[in-house]
Write a protein that binds this ligand. Structure first.
Ligand code: ADP
Ligand code: ASP
Ligand code: MG
Length: 421
């Protein structure tokens, strides 16, 4: 019996009309295997960047609602053109945007979360023999407002649709042929991973491996939907499988390394050492939907009974955060708040680091030998991140990749039939 496969094609894969015709071929190849296909697409090339640039030429602080109305247009162009390309090959295709499907989200503009996906209309159109072409990235609220899921969010649209339709697999087609031990554009001898666990991929994506949107991995994990990262330009390659378990015995301590240049650090000095001050800072940010990553509070300074609190947020939230500084706490004056934009997070990730001593020491030693200063450290069971100066970050990444023996000399292309999941 045929399977139901969700395919997702990113911006570079649909950058021009020739590439869209190429995507149509990849879609029809999957269909020719006897499978039903739902395709999710992003905006063409750098369309979203261009739309954002235009908005900022008009206003320094464009309204998030209007940003969503604007940004969602990019994906609408792609679905119409891809449907036409499939139809031009003599097959039935039907394009659908988020409101036509019912991709329901909360109302947090520019970073909305999916709450429900209605499946009736998609199923009906599949039964009629159509390939369904869906606009990624966008959603709709109960009130009919257009939302978007955050940059790179089409991956999450694809996985959420796959989960809602109980698809057999979700294939994320992109401009690299799989998940590598690190970004192959920064470290050319990065090795391609045959498979990676949901947990590792979630950590990697969250600390800067932007080959997948973190929430897409979170959703795939929740619904145990197998995902593959594959090449749009070489569809014979089976890519990297993201799944529940891999053979732990084969694990190296570190599976991958990543760098994240998208953060800024905020340091608040001389915070009175008393209950409620941290709550004031972080609840003020949370009310405006600003996520905080690493948080460090220093020991109380005995001479004046104060702490320092440092944390990181996304650069895109900085303007809003600055507006909130006066509301953090009556005890925090603005001259005590410092912003450091010249930072980057370098991280190592691997399920194999659990119960293996020495991994952190190797990381710190590698950075020390480069004379790279560590400004903040954060850890989880399978991740260690160090905040460093942005201009040293790529150098640090390369050294860590080497220190944990992640490189390979030949990048193998794995061709052949997809292994059964
Ligand atoms: P798309 O437009 O298809 O969504 P993205 O630009 O979002 O593509 O993601 C693909 C890019 O992710 C690659 O071009 C690569 O530079 C980058 N990348 C970062 N980390 C990794 C990694 N560990 N493995 C593969 N690619 C990575
Ligand atoms: N077009 C959107 C972006 O550029 C969504 C995506 O590509 O996943 O962020
Ligand atoms: Mg992407």
């Amino acid at each position: 019996m045929g399977k139901l496969i969700v395919q997702k094609f990113g911006g570079t894969s649909v950058a021009d009309t020739d590439k869209i015709k190429n995507v149509a071929k990849a879609v029809l190849k999957e269909k020719s295997l006897g499978n039903d296909v739902v395709v999710v697409v992003s905006a063409m090339g750098h369309t979203t960047d261009y739309l954002i640039k235009m908005a900022h030429e008009i206003s320094q602080t464009p309204s998030p609602r209007e940003m969503d109305v604007l940004m969602s247009t990019g994906e609408c162009v792609s679905i119409a053109l891809l449907s036409m390309a499939i139809q031009a090959q003599g097959h039935k295709a039907f394009s659908m945007n988020a409101s036509q499907i019912g991709i329901m989200t909360d109302g947090v503009h520019t970073k909305a979360r999916i709450t429900e996906i209605k499946t009736e209309k998609i199923r009906k159109k599949i039964e009629e023999g159509n390939i369904i072409v869906v606009a990624g990235f966008q959603g709709i609220t109960e009130d009919g407002e257009i939302t978007t899921l955050g940059r790179g969010g089409s991956d999450t649209s694809a996985v959420a649709i796959g989960a809602a339709l109980k698809a057999d697999r979700c294939d994320i087609y992109t401009d690299v042929d799989g998940v590598y031990t690190t970004d192959p554009r920064i470290v050319p001898n990065a090795s391609k991973l045959k498979s990676v666990t949901y947990d590792e991929m979630l950590e990697l994506a969250s600390v800067g491996a932007n080959v997948l949107h973190p929430r897409s991995v979170e959703t795939a994990k929740t619904y145990e939907l197998p995902m593959r990262v594959r090449s749009s330009f070489n569809t014979d390659d089976v890519g990297t499988l993201v799944q529940k378990n891999i053979d732990m015995e084969l694990c190296k301590p570190v599976t991958g390394v990543a760098v994240d240049m998208s953060k800024v650090r905020i340091v608040i000095c001389d915070v009175p050492d008393e209950p409620g001050v941290a709550a004031g800072v972080f609840s003020t940010l949370a009310k405006e939907h600003i996520s905080v990553d690493t948080i460090i509070q220093s020991y109380a300074k005995l001479h004046n009974n104060t702490n320092d609190i440092a944390f990181t947020i996304n650069k895109t939230d900085l303007a809003k955060a600055k507006e909130l500084f006066p509301y953090f706490s009556k005890n925090i004056t603005e001259d005590k708040i410092h912003v450091d934009e010249n930072i980057a997070n370098v991280s190592i990730v691997g399920a194999g680091m659990i119960d293996r001593p020495g991994v952190a020491a190797t990381m710190f030693d590698t950075l020390a030998k480069l004379n790279v200063n560590i400004k903040m450290i954060s850890t989880s069971e399978i991740k260690i991140s160090c905040l460093v100066d942005a201009d040293r970050a790529n150098e640090a990444l390369k050294a860590l990749h080497k220190a944990f023996n992640l490189g390979c000399d030949i990048i193998a292309t794995v061709k052949g039939d997809l292994p059964e999941i």
